[in-house]
Write a protein that binds this ligand. Sequence first.
Ligand code: C2E
Ligand code: CA
Ligand code: CA
Ligand code: CA
Length: 273
Amino acid sequence: AKERGKNNFQFYSSKLNGLSSRKMELENSLRKALEQNQLLLYYQPQVEIASGKTVGVEALIRWKHPEYGFITPNEFIPLAEETGLIVPLGKWILHQACEQNKAWQDEGFIKVPVAVNISVRQLQDDDFVSAVGNILKETGLDSKYLELEITESVMYNIERSTVILNELKKLGVKISIDDFGTGYSSLSYLKHLPIDKIKIDKSFVDDIINHSNQGAIVKTIIDMGHNLNYTVIAEGIETDVQVNFLKKHSCRIGQGYFYSRPLPVEEVSEFFK
Ligand code: C2E
Ligand code: CA
Ligand code: CA
Ligand code: CA
């Protein structure tokens, strides 16, 4: 029994070492990726459902690894959050997105907001608000063309989040709640936050075609959103059945492969035309 215990310990400790060294390796290569321009932003159009007009774009990060090819954000954003690298990485993302949106505007394309995903860790960093202010100044983008997508996890530190969100609103940026309906969120708190928009999570949009509840949750979120004066956007739309349902229930904006996949910069220009 003693033997086995010892072996078990060795097994676990080498497994743990293996895991943490893999993490460190990934963290190091992520730092390098940032320095060596392996990171880039794709943009997914957001479309007004009734008119088909493009009314926004969401920036989504991509890591083009020289050996492994594209690595998806779900694989490295959580690590960046855990290690704190999300703070410098997040600033880089914001700068890049604002600069690009300003460039499109200067090229004469229609002016629409760019939505940028913000991790809670990043939002609650001490100089987040001043960083956003500086980035807007540096890039010359009018603050009304920047939208920040945050998740319901901001509710865990509601006092601090409220202060930060109010400061961001003073800058003139828009606030959107991402993955709405999936997290811990209390409507009574939500009501007190300066929110402009809610994004119905893809899982509920999927339910429209699954007929499991005939889209009851989607209908409920749209109505609630309108009653609270939020703009409502549905994400992950893939079929015309979903579009028709959302149109019928007056959801204003849609995003998903039905309209367009996330696109590299050059192709967004084409989409705008
Ligand atoms: P998210 O913010 O909920 O983004 C939506 C995800 O769904 C994106 O995946 C997008 O490419 C994908 N998507 C869009 N339309 C459809 C559709 O019709 N069908 C399907 N199946 N998928 C669709 P992506 O780009 O892999 O991003 C995954 C997540 O990583 C994002 O989820 C977001 O939480 C995070 N993320 C991405 N970019 C950033 C970033 O710049 N900063 C931070 N902090 N997080 C990011
Ligand atoms: Ca998002
Ligand atoms: Ca989302
Ligand atoms: Ca999501």
